[in-house]
Design a protein around this ligand. Structure first.
Ligand code: 2DT
Length: 216
């Protein structure tokens, strides 16, 4: 049975780059790896609806925190068979965003912290009710906020015309989400976490060793 390893963080944190580097390191160490990302905008109708809502194309659907959380959760629920197959056939299944995204963003939207009502509601919905596979390890990619903001600006230059969604364009929400993420990591929510400050040297080699041999 493979290990489910989740990469979390704000937009611009560098999750995709870390996923690619970790895949390379894990493969070089002889591990079999596959990766996936949520929301699955192109493969799942709930994710597609969530995207439309985030860009203001679904009336005021996005104003309901719980409705948005349910859409993201249903996307993951529909992915459970594929996740189980991947876990049965690989040493590591890397996932870019998972249930902690739902906990962190929605707690932040409601002005709650990691001990607030919505974090537990997300856990009960996705882990208990939907029986989603629980992560074995979660990585919080949390570079200093200036670094993340600079990356987001650079992305606007390399991907001109790319619109920012309702969450990305809300700086206060980003700051609160960052704080909730750090609390979830500190509390070991659902699994052990490792916080990665992406501004230093490449963290992938040490993380790959930890994920293949280490505890948690
Ligand atoms: P992207 O920026 O990754 O496209 O996500 N979100 C995401 C949630 O609130 N709950 C979830 O379960 C997931 C997967 C994060 C779009 C926004 O949606 C948030 C940012």
């Amino acid at each position: 049975m493979g290990r489910l390893v989740v990469i979390e963080g704000l937009d611009g944190a560098g999750k995709r780059t870390l996923a690619a580097r970790l895949t390379a390191e894990l493969s070089a160490a002889g591990g079999t790896v596959c990766s996936t990302a949520f929301p699955r905008y192109d493969d799942d109708v709930h994710a597609e609806l969530a995207r439309d809502a985030l860009y203001g194309r679904m009336g005021d659907l996005a104003s309901s925190v719980h409705a948005m959380a349910v859409l993201f959760a249903l996307d993951r629920r529909a992915a459970i068979p594929a996740l189980r197959t991947d876990l049965a056939t690989h040493d590591v299944v890397l996932v870019d965003r998972y249930v902690a995204s739902n906990a962190a963003y929605n707690a932040a939207r409601l002005g709650q912290d990691a001990h607030g009502e919505v974090v537990e509601w997300v856990r009960a919905l996705e882990v208990e009710r939907f029986d989603l596979p629980v992560p074995d390890h979660q990585l919080l990619l949390a570079p200093p906020r200036e670094v993340a903001a600079e990356r987001a600006r650079a992305r606007e230059l390399t991907e001109p015309g790319r619109e920012r969604d309702a969450y990305e364009s809300d700086d206060a929400l980003q700051a609160r989400t960052d704080a909730v993420y750090r609390q979830l990591a500190g509390a070991g929510w659902l699994s052990p976490w490792t916080v990665v400050d992406g501004s230093g040297p490449d963290p992938a080699p040490a993380l790959a060793r930890l994920l293949l041999d280490g505890p948690g």
